[in-house]
Design a protein around this ligand. Sequence first.
Ligand code: C5P
Length: 301
Amino acid sequence: MTDRPAVTVRVPAKVNVQLAVGGARPDGFHDLANVFLAVGLYDEVTATPADALRITATGPDTDRVPLDRTNLAARAAELLAARHGIAPDVHLHIAKDIPVAGGMAGGSADAAGALVACDALWGTGATREELLAICAELGSDVPFSLVGGAALGRGRGELLTPLEVGGTFHWVFAVADGGLSTPAVYAEFDRLTEGVSVPAPEASPALLDALRTGDPTALAPALANDLQPAALSLRPSLAATLTAGTTAGALAALVSGSGPTTAFLAKDADTAASVADALLTSGTCRAARVAAGPVPGATVV
Ligand code: C5P
């Protein structure tokens, strides 16, 4: 135990503005063209000196967050400690606001947050490259949680190229009851595409242009998620949520990542607020949150 002060790191959620999925690879993962946008819904991870690795969590649905070493935040601390030959003794407290198992990279955010917080607390002084390598080992979406902003993810999503974004996009996120398992959604994608030749995933030039210009009316028709049919197949009730949001004035609606959170692009902040109200009164979701992006990745506060 040391008397070092606690370190808190704030990490944003993500929405995939394009998720192009290729066929299954020999390692079971899928090649992706994954266009990530970090949005202003945040988890905060606080690292405090302790005699052993311990995890606590507060916030909505934290009964579904594992508090043992299967939590990705614990694994992040263990990987960093192992590389530096120290014991992973730390208390990690996760203040959750990102929907749990919602397709918004909440678990990945906690892993990236834990890594940055432990690096600062322990003074391990890891380079950006080392942190990114640990992130990629932890999960396909974790490197993006570290860097934030907007990026194209290739490979299984971990090979990032930063993207230029010319403005702020306003979103509404409809939180569904319960979560969806990412492996189950990919397995459903495989089932639905069985016998079909799946093209190599490519980022859409129209979508990248719309991001560059910051124009929501150009971005709306380019939004695309190849996992959406699989998420809808496992959770048919999401179709009504998508319709409720577009009826209420959203420019476009899609499932966020592997779901079940649904994402609605609005033309401005006022429209986002009214779409959120309409979604809540529609009774097709449990909560509706507004958030804008891009925002920075994991940041010490
Ligand atoms: O990388 P991560 O641990 O987040 O992936 C969770 C699961 O999602 C993988 O075990 C795999 O089933 C699926 N996945 C995939 N292809 C990707 C990313 C994830 O099949 N590119």
